[in-house]
Design a protein around this ligand. Structure first.
Ligand code: ATP
Length: 203
């Protein structure tokens, strides 16, 4: 099946684009949603996380305590690697399972940290599509959605790849910045969709 990796910074509009592609018939596999499910109550990652990090990182409802873990790994690269060593294989296995069951026109993997993951994704997809947005607009959107402070959002953006680094690896770019209306976003997403459908058919 034809495979597209869809990425972009926080608040760039990945989810919006992925939702459109899904309504037009693509199979969307969201690696963030998979990571959330794995760390939800009774998720497959909970037992290994409890074993590796202790009960302090499991919330009362049985899910991973996201806030505690975020703080812990932020300043502690070794802990971050340990968490990734638990999560990445599980995310990979579930992603493959969903891809094998895909029945859409083509398959879209939504991967927020695709560029940060280096070469790993390049070989698993036919195209990399970047949703591109200027940092000020990213901050404004995330603030409106989450209520995080601009400082907190900037800290997240600082550990993500730069806008430039993403554009360098992009095969297709969907601009979704301050000047982009939702209607324009739909039109550009549709162009990409049609291009990928053609490529999928050409096989
Ligand atoms: P994250 O990585 O944080 O999950 P994302 O890249 O998936 O973010 P979205 O959730 O799709 O981004 O978009 C962020 C917010 O900005 C949403 O509330 C969305 O409705 C809004 N938004 C996205 N694009 C536009 C646009 N062109 N005009 C107005 N609002 C937009």
């Amino acid at each position: 099946m034809y495979k597209v990796g869809l990425t972009g910074g926080i608040g760039s509009g990945k989810t919006k684009v992925a939702d459109l592609l899904a309504t037009w018939g693509a199979t969307v596999i969201d690696t963030d949603a998979i990571a959330h499910a794995l760390t939800a109550p009774e998720g497959e990652a909970i037992a290994p996380i409890r074993a590796a990090f202790g009960p302090d990182f499991i919330a009362a409802n049985g899910a991973m305590d996201r806030a505690a873990m975020r703080q812990h790994v932020f300043s502690n690269p070794q802990a971050r690697h340990q968490l990734e060593a638990i999560l990445h294989p599980l995310i990979g296995a579930e992603t493959r399972r969903q891809a094998e069951a895909a029945s859409g026109l083509y398959c879209v993997f939504v991967v927020p940290l695709l560029v940060e993951a280096g070469e790993r994704w390049r070989h698993q997809v036919d195209r990399i599509c970047v949703v591109d947005c200027d940092p000020a607009t990213q901050i404004a959107r995330v603030q409106a959605r989450s209520g995080l402070t601009p400082d907190a959002i900037e800290r997240i953006m600082q550990v993500q790849a730069s806008r430039q680094a993403r554009l360098v690896v992009a095969d297709d770019i969907i601009v979704n910045d301050a000047t982009t209306t939702l209607n324009e976003l739909v039109q550009r997403s549709r162009q990409c969709h049609e291009q990928w459908c053609q490529a999928a058919q050409a096989g």
